[in-house]
Write a protein of this length. Structure first.
Lengths: 107, 122
């Protein structure tokens, strides 16, 4: 199985700050990397697919980059509704695997 | 847009079989663009992919669950189902169904059900 490692596991940030979350795969996965946002009691919501493609309806302050084994999710200016847990996921091979999550909290 | 809804018992006894159904609306489960998947999340923990199925019946299973897992599809009802046998407390989780959009050699889950909490307890 491909292991996905996210860092940090949690962070505190203020509204308006730029936030960066990283995800590392245990082997090369090309650009088969997705990012999801999850709020308490809700299903994950797709933000980014194929490493850098913005899902329809997702604000442009979210962006993704990377290929191979190292990937980044960036929120350019954190908004109150962005406080949530973020997960990366690889779809290069089954089983599809998720990172452990990054919880973004209010500073 | 697609809507997915999980249904099934919220409480299952140890050693019994967990059975859930996902009903798809707003589109056809026979679409060539999608697999249909199950994902679970134990309370307070991370997300685990269980498996997925194509409308033709072709399946991909998480090997860690494969010996206990059956995923099936009913195109006439626009539904797909999950059966997990010999459950233990470790199978207690929120179970989600999701549409697994295929692109190139990859996929992403673009629509999700609201999730159903299944507790394994006597």
């Amino acid at each position: 199985d491909i292991q996905m490692t996210q860092s940090p596991s949690s962070l505190s940030a203020s509204v308006g700050e730029r936030v960066t979350i990283t995800c590392r795969a245990s082997q090369i996965i090309s650009s088969y990397l997705n990012w999801y946002q999850q709020k308490p009691g809700k299903a994950p919501n797709l933000l980014i697919y194929a490493a850098s493609s913005l899902q329809s309806g997702v604000p442009s302050r979210f962006s993704g980059s990377g290929s191979g084994t190292d990937f980044t999710l960036t929120i350019s200016s954190l908004q109150p509704e962005d406080f949530a847990t973020y997960y990366c996921q690889q779809s290069y091979s089954t089983p599809l695997t998720f990172g452990g999550g990054t919880k973004v909290e209010i500073k | 847009q697609l809507q997915l809804q999980e249904s099934g018992p919220g409480l299952v006894k140890p050693s019994e079989t967990l059975s859930l159904t996902c009903t798809v609306s707003g589109g056809s489960i026979s679409s060539s663009s999608y697999y249909w998947g199950w994902i679970r999340q134990p309370p307070g923990k991370g997300v685990e992919w269980i498996g997925s199925i194509y409308y033709s019946g072709s399946t991909y299973y998480n090997l860690s669950l494969k010996s206990r897992l059956t995923i099936s599809v009913d195109t006439s009802k626009n539904q797909f189902s999950l059966k997990l046998s010999s459950v233990t407390a470790a199978d207690t989780a929120v179970y989600y169904c999701a549409s697994d959009r295929i692109y190139a050699s990859g996929s992403y889950q673009d629509y999700w059900g609201q999730g159903i909490l299944v507790t394994v307890s006597s």
